[in-house]
Write a protein that binds this ligand. Structure first.
Ligand code: NAI
Ligand code: XMP
Ligand code: K
Length: 502
């Protein structure tokens, strides 16, 4: 459809050239003519020059957000996880390897015992396991010898009995080559409660339980392609720093199968990033490098000229960030995304809108303003896939979430980044806190993406590319919302309500 000839609303170019730093909540988009169903919206996008994703979502390289479970599940949902680097290179490498071998839906790290362990091992925990898998070495990736369930040990009173004397030998198991659905069908057909999953050489790799099957049935079916690399395994990204030692780290993580590297810095337009981009491009042909963070057109151009294959945008916009307060630099995230994306588009470089995503509307705005993907911390914090255990406080189930520039995270890292350099005083640029239990991203991401599709339908655009084209041409109209308009746009004038998004 041709654009209407009314003076109504501002183009992004006009809106963001007035010297005001706007964030997502400050702006609102005008709806446009709809001539397609929301299911027709295709959110396929570019993470970087050479990597395509079917879901425009990335989990942030933070130690309370992305380790193996998050990375594997994000990729299964068509997005990608970037594994954090607040650990030893060998630890980061094993997180990548684990992410690449995880089968979504299965019980990972099932309880394994060795044949000589006693029943006491099983029962001494405050919440005893209802099963154990017996392997030669008592660990995963060892030959499966038997299974122990309540049926086997219910009537045995002597806790010193060795498990090998009561276990069921040669349990029914299935191949790790089966998909979740195939393995689940087998478990149901055999009326089993526990189904060990073994490799071709009979090593135990996973377990499928009836509870797993019930749980997975509660999640929406995935309608998008998983992110799979040339190695046939899920795509996994890694964050690294820009110190000399990060070159060695990179070697480890590339060997472990990392598919893309993110240079993780609050202010990416530095000599350190330029040199690191050059080094990576010279040393690892075919490995995409995402540089950042940046918030201005000038910074963006510098990193693109240095060879970046993608840019990460956001300074101080994150929920745990105090950079703007501490250092007086940064930018409202809507302005930052628009300005950086405008330059990056000229070079065909995709942009990640990083930080400040609190709802699906923010994702629609970020993508409409030129971002190809969004990176999220807080939105994914507190999920089952985020690292760390849940704990209770005042009756609420919580998980920790912290900034990578918080004192807590810096103390944990204790490597060259901060503490190795003992001559430097440490200044925190982030906080450490907790968020409530959000369930699984297997539910959050599909529902959020459907909300984004509905937003795109309201805008009259059926793909991220067409949103970018309409924004660039000035046909996509924006306006700034006053404080009162923002209040009006939220929930108001109710005595009480319950907010359920899906
Ligand atoms: N997006 C945001 O707004 C912010 C993000 N963060 C996060 O916190 C973490 C830490 O970020 P940064 O402190 O920026 O980490 P960084 O490692 O990039 O920088 C730490 C300090 O080391 C210096 N440095 C880096 N490479 C060097 C080299 N080769 N030689 C000498 N000095 C060098 C930097 O200039 C800086 O002073 C990251 O995970 C980042 O994403 C922190 C603050 C803001
Ligand atoms: O100023 C900061 N101090 C920090 O300690 C810090 N840690 C992470 N980040 C950045 O915040 C992003 C996540 O933001 P959200 O929680 O809003 O998704 C992340 O993706 C990062 O870009 C930090 N920024
Ligand atoms: K902030």
């Amino acid at each position: 459809m041709a654009s209407p000839d009314f003076e109504d609303g501002f183009s992004a170019q006009k809106l963001f050239n007035q010297g005001t730093s706007y964030t997502y909540d400050d702006v609102i988009l005008h709806p446009y003519f709809i001539d397609f169903p929301s299911e027709a919206v295709n959110l396929t996008t570019h993470l970087s020059k050479n990597i395509t994703l079917s879901t425009p979502c990335i989990s942030s390289p933070m130690d309370t957000i992305t380790e193996s479970s998050m990375a594997a599940t994000m990729a299964a949902l068509g997005g990608i996880g970037i594994v954090h680097c607040n650990n030893k290179p060998s630890e980061q490498a094993s997180i990548i390897q684990k992410a690449k071998s995880v089968c979504i839906g299965f019980t990972h790290d099932p309880l394994c015992l060795s044949p000589s362990d006693t029943l006491r091992t099983l029962t001494e925990d405050s919440s005893p396991s209802p099963y154990a898998l017996i392997t030669e070495s008592g660990t995963l990736n060892s030959k499966l010898l038997g299974i122990l369930t309540e049926r086997d040990f219910f009537s045995v009173n002597d806790l010193e009995t060795q498990v090998k004397d009561v276990m069921t030998k040669v349990p029914i198991c299935t191949s790790s080559k089966l998909s979740f659905d195939e393995a689940a069908a087998f478990l149901i057909s055999q009326k089993l409660k526990y189904l060990p999953i073994v490799s071709d050489d009979e090593l135990l790799v996973d377990l499928l339980t009836r509870e797993d099957v019930k749980r997975m049935r509660g999640f929406p079916p995935s309608s998008v392609a998983s992110s799979i690399g040339e190695d046939g395994k899920v795509l996994v990204g890694v964050a690294i720093g820009t110190r000399e030692s990060d070159k060695e780290r990179l070697e480890h993580v590339v060997k472990a199968g990392a598919n893309v590297v993110v240079l993780d810095s609050s202010q990416g337009d530095s000599i350190y990033q330029r040199e690191m981009i050059g080094y990576i491009k010279r040393t690892y042909q075919g490995l995409d490098v995402i540089a950042g963070n940046v918030v201005t057109a000038y910074q963006a151009q510098n990193l693109i000229k240095a060879g970046a294959d993608g840019l990460r945008v956001g300074m101080g916009s994150g929920s745990i960030c105090t950079t703007q307060e501490v250092c007086a630099v940064g930018r409202g995230q809507a302005t930052a995304v628009y300005k950086v994306a405008s330059v990056a588009k000229d070079y065909g470089i995709p942009v990640i809108a990083d930080g400040g995503i609190a709802n699906s509307g923010h994702i629609v705005k970020a993508l409409a303003l030129g971002a190809s993907t969004v990176m999220m911390g807080s939105f994914l914090a507190g999920t089952e896939e985020a690292p760390g255990s849940y704990f209770y406080q005042n009756g609420r189930r919580l998980k920790n979430y912290r900034g990578m520039g918080s004192l807590d995270a810096m103390l944990k890292g204790s490597d060259a980044r901060y503490l190795g350099d003992k001559s430097k005083l440490k200044i925190a640029q982030g906080v450490s806190g907790a968020v409530h239990d959000k369930g699984s991203i297997l539910k959050i991401i599909p529902y959020t993406m459907q909300a984004v599709r509905q937003g795109f339908q309201d805008l009259g655009v059926s793909s991220i590319q067409s949103a970018h084209d309409r924004c660039r041409s000035g046909a996509l109209k924006f306006e700034v919302r006053t404080g009162a308009a923002q209040v009006e746009g939220g929930i108001h004038d109710l005595v009480m309500y319950e907010k359920k998004t899906f």
